[in-house]
Design a protein around this ligand. Structure first.
Ligand code: CUA
Length: 386
């Protein structure tokens, strides 16, 4: 539904911005209508039913079922339109599509740090291609911040010890302001930056302009240097669980129950390993709280995710929605992994409403092998331990 745009609203530069504005305009219109109605009635009744003499008594009023039903049912129906419209838009906004480009975001007093799947890092500036879906995985090193890009109509709180998600598809090239919208200390007001939306060719050129290893490759290095590999061996002889194919799957834990091996669980298992120990293993892993930064945690998660699943295990219940799981598990969340999103798993028919990435940005072509020096994730299992 296309409603007139209200004054003072920011530029519309993403696929959802017109929809968010339409809902907002609708809310403002309803509010205005009832404010005017109530004000006019107050004034009218004040005059019409004014006390005309000192000893005038008001007429007794009998109840009216008809009237009461009316003023119950009509507001109920109006509220339901707001609820249904708002909820459907909310689900769309907070369920990142699977085929999105992934970017890690870490907030810190007082800056925004970004890392691309290809390895590029940026601070307070984020380069993205136009007409492509971009998924942000956000967390913070210190206090709560909130990541907002008004032109895209997106906002996501970033909370210590948690991963939150946001996504957008920019519709026109340009430079758009991003803000921290949660008071986070002295320089909160300076915790700003820009999202630079580029034409696909310019974005490719920017991507190939150097950069470090991919997060998954950096995670693999950490995995070795922190000594994780001595217990989490690729064969089943290690003292810790084999991590290949673990991401996005349910794990049976000690004391009963299953836990989904998503970003949040892997993070917890690194910083506080005894919280949920996988069945059949001893709680012997040391805690890495304070020894690895939030960025390193994201890299370790990217590495564990890149381990994929051995061919024999593919086709399990958690993989069925992902036909090309050899590649998609490295670049997007496995369907079940999206449960780390508090509102539940992504339903394909909800998110497929958007147009596919255009401008030659197919999921594979936007991840050139050349940029990562042989540690590209496109191969799916390229980073798997021998
Ligand atoms: Cu970070 Cu306000």
């Amino acid at each position: 539904m296309q409603l007139p745009r209200l004054p003072f609203t920011p530029e519309q530069a993403s696929t959802v911005s017109t929809e968010v504005d339409a809902l907002y305009t609708y809310l403002v219109a309803i509010t205005l209508f009832f404010s005017v109605l109530v004000t006019v009635l107050i004034l009218y009744f004040a005059v019409k039913y004014r006390r005309r003499s000192e000893n005038e008594l008001p007429h007794p009023i009998a109840g009216s079922i008809k009237l009461e039903t009316m003023w119950t049912v009509i507001p109920f129906l109006i509220s339901m339109t707001i609820f249904v419209w708002g909820a459907s838009l909310y689900f769309k906004l907070y369920r990142p599509p699977k085929d999105a480009i992934e970017i890690f975001v870490v907030g810190k007093q007082w800056m925004w740090k970004f890392q691309h799947t290809e390895g590029q890092r940026e601070i307070n500036e984020l380069h993205v291609p136009v007409n492509a879906k971009v998924k942000l995985t956000l967390t913070t090193e210190d206090v709560i911040h909130s990541f907002a890009v008004p032109a895209f109509r997106i906002r996501s709180d970033v909370v210590p010890g948690r991963y939150t998600f946001a996504w957008f598809e920019a519709t026109k090239p340009g430079r758009y302001a991003l803000y921290c919208t949660e008071f986070c200390g002295t320089n909160h007001s300076g915790m700003n930056g820009y999202v630079e939306v580029m034409e696909p060719t310019a974005y490719q050129a920017w991507l190939s302009g150097g950069g470090s290893d991919s997060p998954a490759a950096q995670g693999e290095q950490l995995f070795q240097s922190l000594g994780c590999a001595t217990c989490h061996r690729a064969d089943t002889q290690g003292r810790g669980p084999v991590l290949t194919g673990v991401f996005g799957k349910l794990q049976r834990i000690q004391g009963g129950g299953d836990v989904l091996a998503d970003e949040a669980y892997i993070r917890e298992s690194i910083v506080n390993p005894t919280a949920k120990v996988v069945e059949g293993f001893q709680p012997i892993m040391p805690a890495y709280q304070g020894q690895v930064s939030e960025e390193q945690l994201l890299q370790l998660i990217a590495y564990i995710r890149s381990l994929g699943a051995p061919p024999a295990e593919q086709g399990g219940a958690t993989m069925t929605n992902s036909p090309a799981s050899g590649t998609t598990t490295t670049t997007g969340l496995a369907p079940d992994a999206q449960r780390s999103n508090p509102i539940g798993p992504t339903s394909p028919n909800v998110i497929q409403g958007g147009s596919p990435p255009s401008g030659g940005l197919s999921p594979t072509s936007r991840r050139p092998n050349a940029t990562t020096g042989g540690t590209s994730q496109t191969g799916g299992n390229a980073n798997r331990q021998p």
